[in-house]
Design a protein around this ligand. Structure first.
Ligand code: GDP
Ligand code: MG
Length: 371
């Protein structure tokens, strides 16, 4: 299953731009024809015009069809995103229309060039060229709605989150304002990418961290795994179901401080729902906003921060662990930040353990020649 690079979807021109571009190229091509004989010259010119316009149009259209991601090759999650963002039926139909128009342009080119071959008088030659252009313009005009759809769709699709199917993926769930985005930012080695889901106006973060040469992706889920199931519509449910295919692990972030505005009880209910919605995905529950809890003194926090900084120098050093005595969960703080190294360790061990049954996976510490 390929991963879709939404940002590389090519631009789609308007009907007018497409025709202008092809006809002006065709005109230039015709101007290059040299032949002393007027009849021969005109016939060659008219043929060149039709051929050049038709070829240019059909190859441009086919290029779009090939470079736009095919629904058949997308992960179920990406298909669910397309469905929610622009609708899969319209998406498929619009690309199909471009393919159809490309074929029609080729047919018209062939038919009119064939006609020209037998002509000996100038007026019918010009008439044939005009007729070809008229038919071509009318075909392109018929896919106007589809081109407009694709142009709008591109603007929307470019903002979707990109998940690489070949790398482990951690789905970060939890009620709104519990600190999901902040946690992703503090766990990521670089700046998280900002993306958008078609389900919510909230932006979401996609971050990465690397452990033992494996890149782990962290994906935010605002609007998906942050409120009771009963409030979700069909399209959102499809996307949630598809998360099961992309998520190697679900990280559920709790905010025991309730500073985010959701009660502990509601968060607990949400956790139960998420566990039910993703039955095959291992779940790690972690308590966030640790700095607002009272289980650690400031100097203990500083010690944790120092130990985590030391890990950058010596990755095999001790990894500090903070737990909430009340819940038994690991504690993190996205703002300090602290507790991050232990959480990453927990995540990577859980994912590795889960992949342990894979007969093709390499043993731990196995020499890999991929750097
Ligand atoms: N004190 C404290 N505040 C936090 C922490 N993480 C996030 N916040 C705050 O909580 C609010 C919501 O955070 P955000 O990451 O946007 O939550 P999201 O809606 O779950 O993505 C923001 O005002 C953050 O500054 C934390 O670890 N400690
Ligand atoms: Mg957020």
């Amino acid at each position: 299953m390929g991963s879709v690079v939404w940002r590389s979807i090519p631009t789609v021109l308007t009907v007018e731009e497409l025709l202008d571009k092809s006809y002006s190229r065709a005109k230039k091509a015709a101007n290059q024809v040299v032949d002393k004989d007027r009849i021969f010259r005109t016939r060659k010119q008219m043929t060149r015009m039709i051929q050049s316009a038709g070829d240019n149009l059909s190859s441009t259209l086919l290029d779009w069809v090939h470079r736009w991601p095919s629904l058949d090759q997308m992960s179920p999650f990406d298909v669910a995103l397309v469905e929610a963002a622009v609708g899969c039926d319209d998406y498929r139909q619009s690309l199909g229309a471009c393919q159809w128009a490309a074929g029609m342009c080729q047919d018209i080119t062939m038919q009119n060039c064939k006609k020209l071959r037998r002509m000996v008088n100038l007026p019918p030659m010009h008439e044939t060229r005009r007729e070809a252009y008229g038919r071509i313009s009318s075909i392109i005009g018929r896919i106007r709605g589809n081109l407009d759809f694709l142009r709008d769709a591109r603007d929307i699709l470019r903002t979707l989150p990109m998940i690489d199917a070949s790398e482990p993926c951690i789905v970060v769930a939890g009620a709104p304002n519990v600190g999901k985005s902040a946690l992703i930012a503090s766990m990521s080695s670089g700046k998280p990418e900002i993306a958008e889901y078609p389900f919510t106006t909230q932006q979401l973060h996609v971050g990465h961290f690397v452990d033992r040469r494996i890149r782990y992706q962290l994906v935010d889920t605002p609007g998906l795994l942050d409120r009771p199931m009963i409030e979700r519509n069909q399209i959102e449910m499809q996307a949630i179901a598809a998360l099961e295919h992309v998520g190697d692990l679900c990280l559920f972030l709790m905010d025991p401080s309730e500073a985010g505005g959701t009660s502990r009880e509601s968060q607990q209910n949400l956790l139960q729902e998420v566990a039910m919605l993703l039955p095959q995905t291992p779940l790690v529950v972690v308590d966030g906003k640790g700095d607002l809890l009272e289980n650690l003194e400031p100097e203990e926090w500083s010690a944790v921060v120092q130990m985590e900084a030391d890990l950058l120098e010596n990755p095999d050093g001790p990894i500090p662990e903070i737990r909430n005595p009340e819940s038994g969960h690991l504690v993190v703080s996205g703002t300090i930040p602290a507790g991050i190294a232990r959480l990453q360790y927990e995540i990577t061990s859980r994912i590795k353990k889960n992949q342990g049954n894979d007969p093709l996976s390499l043993p731990e510490n196995w020499h890999r020649n991929d750097e």
